[in-house]
Structure formats: structure tokens, C-alpha cells
Design a protein around this ligand. Structure first.
Ligand code: WQD
Length: 329
């Protein structure tokens, strides 16, 4: 049977599609290509459409014999969502609701949902485990919590079970070097460090050097995108084996500071990447890293790749694709 991957032409989606196919699973990507790139699909079957186009969703499920969905399609910039909450709730929540009803109506029994550690807000204790209170601090994070809540009720009312995967900081690129992050659609640290390394921006701006952390800069849990892809396949297998609806953290359990990321990037690239210390970015917690014991217990998942591997894979991708998918060197 086939896995339908919404947003499968995007960053984590394309890496998950590649792994599913590598493991012999049939896949169909469903992507509007508003943010996704057809080059990232590596030739996988692609249906270009809006997740709220119920008739196309139902037709795609029927035509491809879909019996599972991995739902990535969403807007993901927390800062942008603070300025455009309506756009985020319309796209990430309302459209997902229409999508879920269409999938349910044609009997899709299981969904893996791309959620986020940002549902926890600023941690009140570390490491963050799944019992930590949910306190979203942006419309983006709120939209992820709302869909998780929807999925819990769909599980109660219908035979539609799901796993919501709460990513910490996704980073890096496929070991194959064929796909990676499209840095035109992200403001995250690692792609910005790579832009500075390649001279696409004058320097990396370090947001905050006075945090109560080991070197004064922000701490985050960077998890390799290939490790995240593995977790999605395992979550699918958990549901196929009859697993109940739940939510799981995906992090390494290890925090890295901005300076450590920058130093690691300098080491793997051989470039003395310029940086500029600046005031804290509003809304940034000092320290966030995850407790991944539940992912190991429930899915048998462990993040195998460390920060050095993450940064080396990011450098391999960005240095050979300085214009992303537009032109490889
Ligand atoms: C990381 C650190 C910044 C840019 C992300 C996703 C969010 C969620 C959680 C999935 C912070 C610092 C950054 C820069 C910097 N994941 N920084 N200079 O804010 O942790 O959130 O992970 O849903 O969606 O956005 O990620 O990469 O923006 O910041 O100093 O130019 O790097 O202050 O400490 P964040 P980020």
C-alpha cells in the first residue's frame, strides 16, 4: 500500500520520502509547490495540489491505494506567524481540518503528523519531556497544538490513529548530498551560518551573548534531518502494528550553543566565518533541549548523528548548491 506525504517536496518531507523509497515503500507526494521544490522529489510520484482540495485528496487516495499519510504541509516561521496569525491558522489548521475529513471519508486509517517542540513554549524544566505543559508562544506553535488536539478527537470519533512528532531543531542535509534545506525559505541558524560561510551574507549575527548558558549564547537541540526521517518511518510502523494515538519528542537530548554551532561550522568548512554579537532576539528562550526516552521506548528511535555530522552534511549540501535547487555547482 502507498504512503501519501503532504509537503513531501519540502525540507523534512523530501528526506522522509527518500528514506521511505529507499526502504521499498510506495509513496505519492502531495504538495502545492508554494514552498516545496519539484527537484527535491527525486522523481517520486507527485500530485500538485492544495491540501484543502478535498476532491483531489480523495481521488489521489483512491488512485494510489493510500493507506497512510505523513502530513508535513504547513507554514513554519514562528516570527512570521506573529505578524500574520490568520494566514497561519487558515493554512496550518483550517486546511488541515478539511484534509483530515477528506482522508477519513475515504478510509485512511493512520496519520503521522509533523508537530513541533514549540508547542511547549519556554521550558519550565529541562530536558523537555512529553508531560511538560503545552504553552505555545506563537500562532505557528499554537497551530501545531491545535492540530494535535484535532487528531486526538479524530482518533476518539473515527478509526483514525496518529502520532504527532514534536521536532526540536531540524538541521543538516541528506548524506547522499542530493537534497537539503532550501535556504530561501528559512531564518534558522544553521542555513544562516552556511550563508555566512559562503559569503552570501556579510556575517552571522549572534542573537544574545548574555544568556545564563555555558558561553552566554542560546542552547538548542539540533537533530539531523535524516534522523527525523527515520523517526517518521518508525512512527508509521508503530501505527501499522496497532499503536495508539500519541505525541513523541524528536531531539537528541543534547543542547548546543550558538557559538558551538558556529565553531563547528568553521571546522567543517575550513572558513573563518565572520560573526557579529547582537542583542537577544525577542521571544527566544535561553535553553531548549528534549528528552527522547519516549521515542526510544515507543518507536525504538535514537538520533544517531551528532552536531559535527549535522554541520558537515549541511556544508556538503550548501557548498555544492549555493543557489539551492536552482543551480548545482
Ligand atoms: C536557534 C538559535 C537563536 C538565527 C526552531 C524552529 C521552530 C521549532 C524549534 C520546529 C536561537 C539563534 C538564530 C541567527 C542566532 N522547530 N540564532 N542567529 O528559534 O530555536 O526555533 O526550532 O518546528 O519551528 O524555528 O530556531 O534556528 O531560529 O534559532 O543567533 O541568525 O540560534 O537565537 O538561540 P528556534 P532558530
Amino acid at each position: 500500500m502507498t504512503v501519501l506525504v503532504t509537503g513531501g517536496a519540502g525540507y523534512i518531507g523530501s528526506h522522509t520520502v527518500a528514506l521511505l523509497r529507499q526502504r521499498g515503500r510506495d509513496v505519492v507526494i502531495y504538495d502545492s509547490l508554494e514552498l516545496g521544490r519539484p527537484e527535491a522529489t527525486l522523481g517520486a510520484p507527485l500530485v500538485v495540489g492544495d491540501i484543502a482540495d478535498a476532491e483531489l485528496v480523495k481521488a489521489t487516495v483512491a488512485e494510489h491505494g493510500v493507506d497512510a499519510v505523513i502530513h508535513f504541509a504547513a507554514y513554519k516561521a514562528a516570527g512570521e506567524s506573529m505578524e500574520q496569525p490568520g494566514r497561519y491558522f487558515a493554512n496550518n489548521v483550517a486546511k488541515t481540518n478539511t484534509f483530515l475529513d477528506a482522508a477519513r471519508e475515504v478510509g485512511v486509517p493512520r496519520i503521522v503528523f509533523s508537530s513541533s517542540c514549540s508547542v511547549y513554549g519556554t521550558p519550565t524544566c529541562l530536558p523537555v519531556d512529553e508531560t511538560h505543559p503545552l504553552a505555545p508562544e506563537s500562532p505557528y506553535a499554537e497551530s501545531k497544538r491545535m492540530v494535535e488536539d484535532m487528531l486526538r478527537w479524530y482518533s476518539v470519533a473515527h478509526d483514525l490513529r496518529s502520532v504527532s512528532l514534536r521536532y526540536f531543531n531540524a538541521a543538516g542535509a541528506a548524506a547522499s548530498g542530493l537534497i537539503g534545506e532550501d535556504w530561501t525559505v528559512t531564518l534558522n541558524l544553521v542555513p544562516l551560518v552556511m550563508k555566512a560561510a559562503l559569503g552570501r551574507v556579510p556575517q552571522l549575527t549572534v542573537f544574545g551573548t548574555d544568556y545564563p548558558t555555558r558561553d552566554g549564547t542560546g542552547v538548542r537541540d539540533y537533530v539531523h534531518v535524516d534522523d527525523l526521517a527515520d523517526a517518521h518511518v518508525r512512527a508509521l510502523e508503530y501505527l501499522e502494528a496497532g499503536g495508539e494515538t500519541t505525541a513523541v519528542n524528536l531531539g537528541t537530548g543534547v543542547g548546543s550553543t550558538v557559538r558551538e554551532v558556529l565553531d563547528c561550522a568553521r571546522e567543517v568548512s575550513g572558513v573563518d566565518i565572520p560573526s557579529l554579537d547582537a542583542p537577544r532576539r525577542p521571544g527566544d528562550p535561553a535553553e531548549v533541549y528534549g528528552d527522547n526516552r519516549r521515542a526510544h521506548e515507543l518507536l525504538g528511535w535514537r538520533a544517531d548523528r551528532n552536531l559535527s555530522t549535522i554541520m558537515a552534511s549541511a556544508w556538503q549540501w550548501h557548498s555544492t548548491h549555493p543557489d539551492g535547487y536552482d543551480a548545482a555547482t
